[in-house]
Design a protein around this ligand. Sequence first.
Ligand code: R5P
Length: 297
Amino acid sequence: MNEEICVLACPGSKNLANGIAKILATKIIDVELKVFPDGESKIKLNGNPSGKLAVMVQSTYPTVNARLLETLFIIKKAMKMGADVCAVIPYLAYARQDKEFVEGEAVSMESIGSMFDSSGVRNLITVDIHSDTALKYFTIPAYTVSAVPLLANHFKKQDLVQPLVVSPDIGGSKRAEEFAKIMGTESIVLSKHRDRNTGQVSIDDSIPELAKVKNRDTILVDDIISTGGSIVKATEVLKKAYCNNVLIACTHALLLDDALDKLRSAGVQEIVATNTIPSQVSKVDVTPAICDQINKL
Ligand code: R5P
């Protein structure tokens, strides 16, 4: 048993926290949440992390804002009890708003960075943060762990027809390249456009790279599936270009409302996500990657 570290199992990520504690061979402290009728949250640590490095594990979903506030309450309490805190936030919300896309918009990620900087945590670990830009808003040491090798190895074991890795947009191109390299194949990048005012997504179905998809199994790789809109549009474009099957690999499966139904109706054959957010498609465990990073601190 490692007596110098303990893991705080926070309300949003109990299973992940248990997995991390098991690998690190540490004590686990359960963090209890009570939500009052008006929506306020009360946090209680059922154990004392005094004198230890407390690894608090909490994804900021669902719901985003409540989980973020709970995170602050937990950090403050653990520190007051005499712990040093490492924040493990497997899914870090607001990373997509990493710049002022439309004049007047707040750069939400800037505030999230400041929030963790001033919280007193020693460092922060997240998984597949949306962009490198988002990571730059921290002054504390902040690390993003890649789930790509774990996801790619999951698909590598499958018997696929000339697999081709596809990024739905330019922002995910490096992720798709890394994925394809591990699978020993190639990748292409689609041209996605999101109307910054309406949120509507469109994908160009006339780019020359689409000639490569014919009769091949395509694996769409994305960091987040929220409404499913981006992946549905990408699936339509791939099918129009006569691909064989469409499979999905994603890190954070938010899967709002009927997103899964929409994806299945679009003809997606398989959806595989990690367990940064628990869901019925969370088949890949990111615990080992997070623990590797904790061990490097
Ligand atoms: C955006 O650039 C992200 O990488 C995801 O593609 C996006 O957040 C997915 O959102 P939705 O599922 O609502 O289209």
